[in-house]
Write a protein that binds this ligand. Structure first.
Ligand code: BG6
Length: 307
């Protein structure tokens, strides 16, 4: 790993969203360039790869055909491959030079939930490990992050304990036919994932966008029956996100916000707020995705879908 000068993360669906989070995490901790490729695009593309590149595939099942084809293509060029997979002994795991197993347990349906959590966690740890190797992540900062990681299970439990409030919000919005999900920086892929969960479970049209990109088109759709879901924890882009929320409000669009516990400013603009415990800026995705998974689940059940 110390000889790697570039990482290419390749995946599909939910795993692709985890890869986008991984890009922010690894570049921040390790200062190494990371690119994310959608496997179905990479496999048919004539993509130059330098020898000091590491191709990292991410897959819950370890069997997704496009992801497998993309890593086979890289291997044919003599590029080293690392797989982050859940299913032990799966084809992607067997055909890669090295594996990191998620050990999330079996996913019951196609919709990855706990596997997504593990993908983001492992990409955080990979970024931290690379940062330590390359000297870009000081020991004290690394220790602080590890200590904070240890609090994440308890904080997820707190979110799960507040599920009744998420069900209440689901009851308010489940008849809507369109949703927009927005977030910035490391919570942008969480917006993508929230939208994917909603469409894949409940068959409702939903799109994920970087918060500010919303004004370059999607804002035209905003109306009183078109809710926006904002991922807006107290991080360095908080104020920017709030000004995007105000733009939605000016067009009378309802807002559901995922915000940090005790944040009164968000409650002034949003119609409904789901609070999550405070954590480090870089670990928020591990928490912010959970209420979006629960929201998609409840909306799907209310619409009579077999989750
Ligand atoms: C798709 C599923 O077929 O495969 C998605 O509908 C999933 O939910 C995607 O995220 C990728 O799967 P895997 O197993 O490679 O992570």
């Amino acid at each position: 790993l110390s000889r790697i000068h570039r990482l290419v993360l390749v995946a599909c669906g939910t795993s692709w969203h985890a890869a986008i989070a991984g890009e922010y995490l690894i570049e921040n901790f390790a200062g190494v360039p990371v690119e994310v490729e959608c496997a179905s695009e990479m496999r048919y593309r004539n993509r130059p790869l330098e020898k000091d590149t590491l191709v990292v595939s991410i897959s819950q099942s370890g069997e997704t055909a496009d992801t497998l084809a993309a890593i086979r293509g890289a291997r044919d060029l003599g590029i080293r491959t690392l797989a982050i997979v859940n299913v032990v002994g799966s084809t992607i795991a067997r055909e890669s030079d090295a594996d990191i197993y998620m050990r999330a347990g079996p996913e019951i349906g196609v919709a990855s939930t706990k596997a997504f959590e593990m993908q983001v966690l492992l990409l955080t740890l990979l970024g931290m490990a690379l940062g330590r190797l390359r000297g870009t992540l000081p020991t004290a900062q690394g220790r602080k992050l590890v200590n904070e990681l240890k609090t994440i299970p308890r904080k997820i439990q707190q979110i799960l304990d507040g599920d009744g409030h998420i069900l209440h919000i689901a009851k308010k919005y489940y008849r809507c036919t369109d949703f927009l999900y927005m977030g910035r920086q490391i919570n942008f892929p969480i917006a993508l994932e929230g939208a994917l969960k909603l469409k894949e479970l409940s068959y409702i049209h939903a799109e994920g966008y970087p918060s500010a990109e919303m004004k370059h088109g999607p804002i035209a759709l905003i109306a009183p029956d078109f809710p926006s879901v904002f991922v807006v924890p107290r991080d360095p882009v908080f104020d920017k996100n709030v000004s995007n929320m105000e733009e939605i409000k000016a067009r009378k669009g309802p807002i559901i916000a995922v915000a940090t516990a005790g944040d009164k400013e968000v409650a002034r603009t949003a119609d409904d707020v789901i609070y999550i415990p405070r954590t480090s800026d870089w670990l928020y995705p591990l928490l912010t995705v959970v209420p979006l998974q629960l929201l998609a689940y409840h909306i799907a059940v209310l619409r009579g879908c077999d989750v």
